[in-house]
Ligand binder design. Structure first.
Ligand SMILES: Nc1ncnc2c1ncn2[C@@H]1O[C@H](COP(=O)(O)OP(=O)(O)OP(=O)(O)O)[C@@H](O)[C@H]1O
Length: 362
């Protein structure tokens, strides 16, 4: 059974259509990350689930209940906004206790606050006001509000934004720990593909007001349904080679790929996409099934056991017809200025139409 279900949701602000026939099913107890570029409608989707916005069409289900017309405060949902959402004039303890006043017995309120403080390492900070906390502590205190609320569905809007380095890493671990320790369904919004990959059970990718693909991080990363999804994950981003490159070097190879896929597209209308970590340096003569490209190394940096490189692709008459990023073995010996042949097995090559649609390979 789905914990949250959005069915055919439309949402407009004046004449601006933000969500269009959006459908999303979130399973009970899963950690779902809603990933998409700025402005694609992620926060609006969270606000609709929380009941802070109403859809123009469609239904919002929480569990088996249709909550489309039910007020926010009557939904079993908590929402952590961008930022911490703390009250400057209250201590953290008072802020956490405030929403439970008159609703939850004092002993239970105290138990929940103690549990949240222990879970998030806030014990010694409960009697401080927000001004006396660091950025990471503020975020943990903000999350504690969701912990004490004990809602079945927890919504987090960009919870890691504006945190950097170790603080960000620590808070990310806190989120995973909290989700495992306190059962519930978590929906986390971000535009950061790496963050989504590290944290999600499943990722739902949004584009232009719709969910375009939903799946495990592995599925989304390795089998994106379109170029927009392929671009949303991976750092450095997926390499996209267009027909200018194919005309010069691998046109017949690409024709055979298209024939194998039973696609009648012309090579000129195709984008060849390869993840940077899938490229290696060819030492022997590659077989006919292998993708190859002649390239010149223009940048190289070894960092954290990875050799990040950028190559110019050499076209006919030595003109430059594109660039690719590659993550190579630090021992591969490639230096800036070296002329090499890059290669990858056919199984690592993904083909897309210029319109963005994926061409399935057999
Ligand atoms: N109350 C509002 N009135 C008018 N337009 C709005 C309102 N709220 C959001 N929008 C518009 O709706 C679109 C989607 O906004 P939303 O905040 O859902 O996007 P988002 O994907 O969460 O973006 P970001 O990652 O930048 O927060 C944007 O173009 C935004 O300007």
């Amino acid at each position: 059974m789905s914990a949250v279900q959005l069915c055919e949701i439309d949402k407009r602000y004046a004449s601006h259509r933000v969500l269009e026939s959006l459908c999303l099913g979130v399973q009970r107890d899963e950690y779902l990350v809603l990933l998409g570029q700025s402005g694609c409608g992620k926060s609006t989707t969270l606000r609709l689930i929380a009941g802070l916005e109403s859809p123009d069409a469609g239904r919002v289900m929480i569990g088996t209940e249709d909550v489309t017309a039910i007020q926010a405060r009557k939904r079993d949902v908590s929402l952590m906004f961008q930022g911490d959402g703390l009250y400057p004039h209250m201590t953290i303890r008072e802020t956490l206790a405030y929403p439970m006043k008159g609703i939850v017995p004092p002993a239970e309120t105290e138990r929940r606050i103690t549990q949240a403080a222990k879970l998030l390492g806030l014990d010694s900070l409960l009697d401080r006001r927000p001004e006396k906390l660091s950025g990471g502590e503020l975020r943990r205190a903000g999350l504690a509000k969701s912990v004490v609320r004990q809602a079945a569905v927890r919504l987090l809007d960009e919870p890691l934004s504006a945190l950097d380095g170790s603080v960000r890493y620590r808070f990310q671990q806190d989120l995973i720990h909290w989700h495992r320790e306190i059962p519930g369904t978590t929906i986390h919004v971000t535009h950061d593909g790496e963050e989504a990959m590290r944290i999600a059970d499943r990722i739902a990718v949004m584009h232009a007001g719709q969910i375009v693909q939903i799946g495990t991080p592995e599925e989304i990363y390795h089998r994106p349904c379109c170029l927009a999804v392929a671009r949303s994950l991976g750092s450095p981003p997926i390499n996209e080679l267009d027909s200018a490159f194919c005309r010069d070097q691998s046109r017949s190879w690409l024709r055979s790929m298209l024939a194998a896929a039973d696609a009648d597209d012309l090579p000129d209308d195709i984008v060849v996409a390869i993840r940077p970590e899938h490229l290696t340096i060819a030492n022997d003569r590659p077989d006919a099934d292998t993708f190859t490209a002649h390239a010149v190394c223009r940048w190289r940096q070894v960092f954290a056991g990875r050799c990040q490189t950028r190559f110019e692709l050499a076209g006919r008459e030595s003109n430059v017809c594109g660039h690719v990023n590659a993550i190579l073995d630090p021992d591969c010996g490639v230096q800036v200025g070296d002329k090499v042949t890059l290669q990858t097995p056919r199984s690592n090559v993904q083909l897309f139409r210029r319109s963005g649609e994926r061409i399935e390979m057999p």
